[in-house]
Write a protein that binds this ligand. Structure first.
Ligand code: AMP
Length: 368
C-alpha cells in the first residue's frame, strides 16, 4: 500500500486524505501542531521543522512526500528529497514562497504583474515609493497568508508605521492594482508532463481572506486562455508535479499575476462536488504517476468559506443541494473552519441557492 507523507496537517491535508482513501492510499502527516485537523483521520507525527531525527523517521515511513502548507522550510523539503521523492519539487516551493522570485518568474514567462521593488531598509522603501507612487502595498516576501504580513500605503505618513510593523524581514513593495475582480486558475501536471486545467474561478476576498469562489468565472474566453497559458508555462518551467493555483487580478481587461500556491488551494474546494475530478484527487494522481482525471464541471459551482464561527449545521444542510465541509478546528476570529459548496445547472439556480446560504452565513460578499 502506498503511503503518502504530507507536510502540514491542516484542512487541505484532511481533504487530500479524504480524496486518497478511495484510491487505497495511506497517509502520514507531519505538523508542528499536535492538534492539526488532518490528525483526526490519519497518523500525525508532530514535531518542529528543525527536528532532524523526526524528519528522518517520517521519511522512513512514507513512499513520497508532498505539502499542503507552503511555508515548510525549503531546507526541510530538500533534505527529504535526498531520501524520498518530493512533489512539487523543492525548487517550486522556493519560488512560490518568495513573492519576489514569483514575480520574476511571471515576468520571465511573459506575464504582467503589479510593478514591484524589493525593500530591505527604510531608505529602500522611500526609493521604491518614489519609483512606484502611492497607493502601494508593502508585503513580507515570505510567510504572508490570508492578508497577514501586508499593509496598504495610501499617503506618505503611512510609510513609517508600515515599515515599523513589517521591517527587519525582506519585503516587497507592489503598486496597488485597482482590479475589477480577483480570479484564480488551478492546474495539474502529471509525472509524464500531461496537464489539466479547471475553469477560471472568480474569488471575493474581505480583509485579505477568501470568502466566496464562483466557477466558472464569467470572463472573456481570451482571459481564460491567457490564464491557462500562464499556468501551463509555469508548470513547464518548474518541471512541476501536482496541483498549482495562481491568483490573478483582472485589470483594464487584462490579467495581472499576483501569486502562486504550490499546492491545492481554497479557491479549488468547489472541485470536490463541482468537477468530475477534484483538485485533491488530481494532485494525488499526479504524484503517483497515474493518469490525470477529467476537469470538466458538473454545472456551475460556488464555495462559501465559514470563517470565525460555524452556523448551526442543520441550517446549512436544509438548503437543497448544499454540501457542508467542517474541518474539526476550534473557532477563532478570522479562522477558516469549513466551507459550503453549491453545484447547480445554471447561474439563476446558483444565485438562488447562494441567497439561501447568505441568510444563514453572516457574509456581506454573498449579497453583492
Ligand atoms: P495576497 O496575500 O498577495 O494574496 O494579498 C491578499 C489580498 O490583498 C489580495 O487577494 C487582494 O485582494 C489584495 N492585494 C494584494 N496585492 C494587491 C495589489 N498589488 N493591489 C491591490 N490589491 C492587492
Amino acid at each position: 500500500m502506498t503511503v503518502v507523507g504530507v507536510l502540514g496537517a491542516g484542512q487541505l491535508g484532511r481533504m487530500l486524505a479524504l480524496a486518497g482513501y478511495p484510491l487505497g492510499l495511506r497517509f502520514v502527516f507531519y505538523d508542528p501542531s499536535a492538534e492539526a485537523p488532518a490528525g483526526h483521520l490519519a497518523e500525525l507525527r508532530s514535531s518542529s521543522w528543525d527536528d532532524h531525527d523526526a524528519l528522518v523517521a517520517f521519511a522512513g515511513e512514507v513512499d513520497l512526500v508532498t505539502y499542503e502548507f507552503e511555508n515548510v522550510p525549503v531546507a526541510v523539503a530538500s533534505r527529504l528529497a535526498e531520501r524520498v521523492p518530493v512533489h512539487p519539487s523543492p525548487r517550486a516551493l522556493e519560488v512560490a514562497q518568495d513573492r519576489l522570485k514569483e514575480k520574476h518568474l511571471f515576468r520571465d514567462l511573459g506575464f504582467g504583474t503589479a510593478p514591484f521593488a524589493p525593500v530591505d531598509t527604510r531608505d529602500d522603501l522611500s526609493r521604491a515609493v518614489e519609483a512606484l507612487g502611492l497607493p502601494a502595498v508593502l508585503k513580507t516576501r515570505t510567510e504572508g497568508y490570508d492578508g497577514k504580513g501586508q499593509r496598504v500605503l495610501r499617503r506618505p505618513s503611512d510609510l513609517d508605521p508600515a515599515f515599523a510593523a513589517l521591517g527587519g524581514r525582506p519585503l516587497i513593495l507592489e503598486g496597488f492594482i485597482p482590479f475589477t475582480r480577483e480570479l484564480s486558475i488551478l492546474a495539474a501536471r502529471g509525472r509524464n508532463g500531461d496537464t489539466a486545467f479547471w475553469p477560471l474561478v472568480e474569488n471575493v476576498h474581505r480583509d485579505g481572506i477568501l470568502r466566496l469562489s464562483v466557477a466558472p468565472a464569467q470572463v472573456a474566453p481570451t482571459l481564460a486562455e491567457s490564464a491557462m497559458g500562464l499556468a501551463g508555462r509555469a508548470l513547464e518551467a518548474l518541471d512541476y508535479v501536482g496541483v498549482v493555483a495562481i491568483e490573478l487580478f483582472e485589470h483594464e481587461g487584462r490579467l495581472v499575476a499576483n501569486e502562486m500556491a504550490p499546492r491545492v488551494h481554497n479557491s479549488g474546494h468547489w472541485t470536490i462536488e463541482g468537477s468530475r475530478t477534484s483538485q485533491f484527487e488530481n494532485h494525488l494522481r499526479a504524484l503517483l504517476g497515474l493518469p490525470l482525471g477529467d476537469t470538466a464541471m458538473n454545472g456551475v459551482a460556488a464555495m462559501v468559506n465559514l470563517i470565525g464561527e460555524t452556523p448551526d449545521p442543520a441550517s446549512l444542510l436544509e438548503i437543497e443541494g448544499s454540501h457542508l465541509h467542517l474541518y474539526g478546528k476550534p473557532a477563532r476570529p478570522g479562522r477558516k473552519l469549513g466551507h459550503v459548496t453549491l453545484v447547480e445547472p445554471d447561474r439563476t439556480a446558483l444565485g438562488a441557492a447562494l441567497a439561501r446560504v447568505a441568510s444563514v452565513v453572516d457574509e456581506p460578499s454573498l449579497s453583492r
